[in-house]
Design a protein around this ligand. Structure first.
Ligand code: HSE
Length: 430
């Protein structure tokens, strides 16, 4: 019998506890699949005495996760602490120095330091596994790195944040405001007390930075991701989207263009009839366009104890089997510099909602601004009359360049009859 794969786990929150449970309940199955046992030997967390629903008595305890990474009786260190820097990064680097593999769910750390950490792992002859860092239980890292290795990837995109998808779904179904739905989600434990990483699009941007590196063989460049969250999506826009045959989703999109790679996270109008539009609630979905495989689709739970533990386990299975892949699909030294396609040069269609004073000449002024920037209107909708209150005017455009759209909106926003900053949502051709 082969010796077991010995594992030390840093961080015993939801996912850490899930991993302890998974490795116990699937022990026989994993042993059959790997030809050896997967055994936790050591754990580390902030509070040793916290009540947890898992039995830790058989594991060595470390107060200091970095010390554990250096000296535990383990070949693989699982990092479930989180945060781009701090103990997560310190223990990862310490593990590499000691020649130990690291498995992590930490998208922030990868987005900021992925290429450097991959080089460090490679230099030490060990691996860095991170299936759990993107889209929870969906095996998208392996799909891109192994399953689609024969393809040039043109585009990778999808719904990468379950919290935002849940909030947008409930807003659409209930007509409630972002603030009300968020407060409710926080009460139910679906959204964090500090929701900003999720609702401002940062979490999805971390994951996108990782996916684009894998898909395009480029070094991570988190700063190059154009990010907007969902705070400004209003129930009115969700309703108009429905009337126009769209759904609003927070999408993360990595795409090759003739100008470079576009990396963007923002609310999008997408056709209501396509499968992605029906991925609702906390679910995630990732789509990949490969030149030989065509479009492939991956849907599942992007977070949660068991889906995320399942992803961590898949990396441990690779280690136990002796399967090794370059961290981001190509050796770290071969990752190309990311050439960014500037958002100002993005070409697409746009949904614009204006809140205007209902008086003659407003539409003529709006049209003039669009005409002068050569933005072609596709449709216009105005409903309701009010002598006292602002009324909504909704426009959709034909394909245009973003810089021209923004110049036109700047001029429109300064019109005396336009009473609120214009709302712009990109219409995505999928
Ligand atoms: N907070 C994330 C989400 C899951 O809501 O999808 C972990 O990245």
């Amino acid at each position: 019998m082969n010796p077991p794969l010995k594992i030390a786990v840093a961080g015993l929150g939801t996912v850490g506890a899930g991993l302890v449970k998974l490795l116990a309940s699937q022990a026989a199955l994993l042993e059959a699949r790997c030809g050896r046992r997967l055994v936790i030997t050591a754990v580390s967390a902030r509070d040793r005495h916290k009540k947890r629903d898992v039995d830790l008595s058989g594991f060595a305890w470390y107060d200091d996760p970095v010390e554990m990474a250096k000296s535990a009786d383990a070949e693989a260190i699982v990092e479930l602490i989180g945060g781009a820097n701090g103990p997560a990064k310190a223990l990862t680097e310490a593990a590499f120095v000691k020649g130990r593999h690291v498995v992590t769910a930490n998208k922030a750390m990868l987005a900021h330091h992925g290429a450097t950490l991959a080089a460090a792992a490679e230099g030490a002859g060990v691996t860095l596994g991170y299936e759990a860092a993107v889209a929870g239980g969906i095996p998208i890292v392996k799909a891109l790195r192994e399953g689609l290795a024969g393809n040039k990837i043109e585009r990778v995109y999808g719904i990468l944040n379950g919290t935002c998808n849940y909030i947008l779904t409930v807003m659409r179904e209930s007509g409630k405001s972002f603030e009300d739905v968020l407060a409710d989600a926080q009460k139910k434990g679906y959204a964090e007390a500090d929701p900003s990483l999720d609702v401002d699009g940062v979490d999805a941007a971390h994951k996108l930075a990782v996916l684009t590196s894998l898909a395009f063989g480029t070094a991570m460049d988190f700063e190059a991701v154009s990010v907007a969250g969902i705070r400004n999506v209003s129930p009115m826009d969700l309703e108009y989207a429905g009337e126009l045959g769209f759904r609003i989703k927070l999408l993360a999109i990595g795409r090759r263009t003739p100008r470079g790679i576009e990396q963007r996270v923002h609310p999008c109008m997408i056709p209501a009839g396509i499968p992605l539009a029906r991925v609702d609630g906390v679910f995630n979905a990732v789509m990949v366009d490969g030149d030989f495989a065509g479009n492939t689709v991956y849907v599942g739970r992007g977070a949660g104890q068991f889906p995320t533990a399942s992803a961590v386990a898949s990396d441990l299975v690779d280690l136990a089997r002796g399967v090794r892949s370059p961290v981001f699909g190509v050796p770290a030294g071969k990752l190309a510099k990311l050439v960014v396609s500037p958002m100002a040069e993005h070409r697409g269609r746009y949904y614009i909602r204006l809140m205007v004073r209902d008086q003659p000449g407003v539409i003529a002024d709006v049209s003039a601004a669009l005409r002068d920037e050569r933005v072609s209107l596709e449709s216009m909708l105005q409903r309701g009359r009010s002598k006292t209150k602002a009324v909504p005017v909704v426009l959709t455009t034909h394909e245009t360049v973003e810089a021209a759209m923004l110049r036109a909106l700047d001029r429109i926003g300064r019109l005396e009859a336009v009473l609120e900053p214009p709302c712009m949502i990109r219409i995505e051709e999928l």
